[in-house]
Design a protein around this ligand. Structure first.
Ligand code: GTP
Ligand code: MG
Length: 482
């Protein structure tokens, strides 16, 4: 059973908004007290948030389907529905959020960094909120909208300053264990370390984080050993350290060829983070070399022998023994200085403590174009018209009329007329297609049409409304003028 998971695909679904309520206030001796239907509550959103107590994406591996609660329906008596609670998913520091195409949506670094993964659906307005002077008693309410639904890939890229790379059994975990309070597993067989370990190293007044990743072998880029998979955890490191085993008895291995072999693999690794928070290709990262196990006499000799050769690459070389703790102090001080220099050379990685939101969509516009799949028909696209369709209860004529008014007011009808749309042609908005029935010749103020007027509430309006209704029928050619 896996205990550490650093890559998962999750399916997040935000809550659906509650429907608005259509209700009329009733009281003794006051049978028609006006519309009093409350609004539906908003659906809960799905939000990712960095929690420093969380170190793995394991939970999501077992529960990849995540659903925020729905909003509840509005009720009579002006009672609004309750909003669904947001579902907050706690993720480790350094979690990168990618979409299906591998694009980075957010890089969450720093406790409390947040990402709105899926927005909850809006609640529908109740008939009380829809009432206006022209529409005193709407006999309908708006539907709640469905919440957003997304598939996201979460990748953990550990946040550390120094990354250790080396062959299996070179002593990487041993080094972290002697420099920090971390207690990774150490053993004399290869691939002891299967998951990255972090340790906090203290040097004088400062401290930095060191990441021990599973060992690499030649061909790792092609998947040999544990592959390059874990190099993702050193993508953010300012400094890379080659940990070299000077006491190995394996034929064909020596410090210089070990370093060359790993450099080869590093060069083949493609980092996925390309923004300010990373420091370019792994190959360009400052390096240090740790020649380990000098408590073994032959290893000490070999280390002396290769120091000059290795130094030629311009990298500082340190001879250490994690067993006797020789050479550790100069190593940590030098690493700290390299970190400071690397940080100074590049702007401090942006700590995305702020909420990262998806790019806001321009809601104001809409487009009307000929429907290519349906000759003679038209397609209307736009955030608002499409939302209005979702909010409409098509079983309620009044609600459909209200939709028509909204579309006309936005200018959709005018645009259709301009493009030569004929009455009865198919118009598609969102996932609805209907026969177009132009209700407002351009220039007529639809707000005065009196839709939703309840004559019992406002008797003076009665005649006017009937007249206007008749006029509309005449315009549509449904009846002969009287
Ligand atoms: N003699 C000696 N042995 C050491 C030293 N450092 C580590 N070892 C031994 O080397 C073996 C491997 O050490 P690890 O720290 O597990 O090596 P690693 O690089 O983390 O190995 P993987 O996790 O498999 O990649 C263990 O048996 C350690 O006791 C050292 O300085 N001197
Ligand atoms: Mg190890």
């Amino acid at each position: 059973m896996p205990r550490f998971v650093d890559r998962v695909v999750i399916h997040a679904k935000a809550g659906t908004g509650g429907h608005g309520c259509a209700s009329v206030h009733r009281e003794k001796f006051k049978p028609l007290g006006g519309p009093d239907g409350g609004n539906g509550g908003r659906g809960g959103s799905v939000i990712l948030e960095v929690d420093p107590q969380v170190h793995t994406l394991l939970d999501f591996h077992f529960h990849p389907h995540l659903q925020a609660p729905n909003g509840t329906q509005g009720m009579g008596g002006h009672r609004n529905g309750a909003n669904g609670d947001d579902l907050i998913l706690r993720v480790p520091d350094g979690t990168v959020v990618l979409d299906n195409d591998g694009r980075i949506l957010a890089d969450l670094v720093g406790a409390g960094a947040r990402f709105d993964a899926a927005a909850g659906g809006r609640g529908g307005l109740g008939n009380a909120a829809l009432a206006s002077r022209a529409r005193k008693a709407p006999g309908f309410a708006l539907l709640g909208e469905t919440g957003a639904e997304v598939d996201l890939t979460l990748e953990l890229k550990t946040v550390a300053d120094v990354g250790l790379v080396g062959f299996p059994s070179a002593g990487k975990s041993s080094l972290v264990s002697v420099l920090s309070a971390a207690k990774p597993k150490i053993a004399d067989y290869p691939f002891t370390t299967l998951v990255p370990n972090l340790g906090v190293v203290t040097t004088g007044d400062h401290s930095f984080v060191m990441a021990d990743v599973p060992g690499l072998i030649p061909g790792a880029a092609d998947g040999r050993g544990l592959g390059l998979e874990f190099l993702r955890h050193i993508e953010r490191c300012a400094v890379l350290v080659h940990v070299v085993d000077c006491a190995t008895l394996e034929p064909g291995r020596d410090p210089v060829s070990d370093i060359d072999a790993l450099e080869n693999e590093l060069a083949r690794y493609q980092p996925t983070l390309q923004d300010d928070s990373v420091l370019g290709d792994l190959a360009d990262r400052p390096r240090a070399v740790v020649l380990n196990k000098i408590d073994v006499a032959e290893a000490d000799e070999l280390a002396d022998f290769v120091t000059e050769e290795v130094s030629k690459r311009g990298w500082p070389v340190f001879k250490v023994s994690t067993l006797t703790r020789d050479g550790l102090r100069p190593l940590t001080f030098a690493l700290w200085e390299m970190i400071v220099a690397a940080r100074a050379a590049r702007p401090e990685p942006v700590k995305t403590r702020a909420v990262i939101r998806p790019i806001p969509v321009d809601e104001s516009g809409f487009t009307v174009s000929a429907d290519l799949e349906n000759p003679g028909g038209f397609v209307v696209r736009g955030v608002r018209p499409e939302r209005w369709i979702r909010q409409t209860n098509f079983e309620n004529d009044e609600a459909v009329g209200y939709l028509g008014d909204r579309l006309a007011r936005l200018g959709v009808e005018d645009q259709l007329l301009k493009l030569g749309a004929q009455p009865g042609c198919a118009v598609t908005i969102g996932d609805m297609t209907f026969d177009w029935e132009p209700q407002t010749p351009a220039g007529v103020d639809v707000t005065m049409s009196g839709r939703g007027t309840d004559a019992r509430i406002d008797k003076t309006d009665r005649v006017g409304a009937a007249e206007r209704r008749q006029a509309r029928r005449v315009r549509r050619g449904q009846v002969e003028p009287e």
